[in-house]
Design a protein around this ligand. Structure first.
Ligand code: ADP
Ligand code: ADP
Length: 239
């Protein structure tokens, strides 16, 4: 069963810039895929297309046999619930506690009012603590998010995706603003949850050496087109 499928996907931005040009890809359940390419190659556009953070101009994207391109309302929300996003800038609510940030992963499961009031059931709090435990940061649960180091904040973002019970993770340059040691910790966490939970993981990376170290498949983009797609052993520095 294939989890993610892109068929003839193109994205043209309103100003006429081509972000993606006729992309065809199949990513199977449990894969750990690195998308590599220079700045402007289309990596971010590709991830944003997959969970429909923006509309594509042509083609269709399928998630677990459902078209996210055509989905509406409740069906779209249900598909999106299964897809967790991780960003370079962490996207945490800085002045909220770590626990509240992780509970944000549960928002899609409840009514808006309930989540505005912060009324999360005990089961959600348990899930949040288990997620924090998995990324070894449970002792920070009651700290304010902006009191944590960059690496710790990114682990909170990973915990949020775990609490969301996503089965796909899209990580857009998750280590671009981190130092080498912290980069390794965050990539190790992503790899660990990919292997232990079978979460399909797509990571945009600026550096091919990181892709080689962690991914099982490398997709190279240049000017919105796939210029390489293969096992990590065959990926070269030529981008
Ligand atoms: P990458 O993530 O590989 O750096 P992007 O996907 O951000 O590349 O960008 C791909 C192309 O689309 C680039 O030419 C970029 O300038 C352009 N682009 C990205 N976002 C926008 C936008 N919101 N409006 C117009 N052009 C954009
Ligand atoms: P890293 O090198 O992993 O980014 P830092 O040196 O930034 O780590 O942080 C080390 C420790 O200091 C961490 O435990 C973190 O929680 C704490 N810390 C970092 N920034 C702040 C801050 N602004 N306020 C309080 N504690 C902080």
């Amino acid at each position: 069963e294939n989890v993610i499928e892109l068929r003839n996907v193109s994205k043209v931005y309103p100003n006429g810039t081509k972000g993606l040009n006729d992309i065809n890809l199949r990513i199977e359940k449990g894969e750990f895929v690195a998308i590599v390419g220079l700045s402007g190659a289309g990596k971010s556009t590709l991830l944003r297309s997959i969970n429909r953070l923006h509309e594509i101009s042509e083609g269709e994207i399928w998630i677990d046999g459902q078209s996210i391109t055509k989905a509406k309302g409740a069906q779209l929300r249900q598909i999106r619930r299964g897809i967790g996003m991780i960003f370079q800038s962490f996207n945490l609510v800085k002045r909220s506690s770590v626990l509240r940030n992780v509970l944000a992963g549960r928002v899609g499961y409840h009514s808006t009012l309930r989540t505005i009031l912060g009324l999360f059931p005990e089961k959600d709090v348990d899930l949040a603590f288990r997620a924090l435990d998995r990324v070894n940061i449970v002792e920070k649960a009651y700290s304010r998010a902006d009191e944590l180091s960059g690496g710790q904040q990114q682990r909170v973002a990973i915990a949020r995706v775990l609490a969301q019970e996503a089965n796909i993770i899209l990580a857009d340059e998750p280590v671009a603003s981190l130092d080498p040691l912290t980069t390794k910790q965050v990539m190790d966490d992503l790899k660990k949850i990919n292997q232990e939970l079978g979460i399909t993981t797509i990571v945009n990376l600026h550096f091919v050496d990181l892709a080689r170290e962690y991914a099982t498949r490398v997709i190279g983009l240049r000017a919105g087109e796939v210029v390489f797609d293969g096992p990590v052993e065959e990926a070269t520095d030529e981008r």
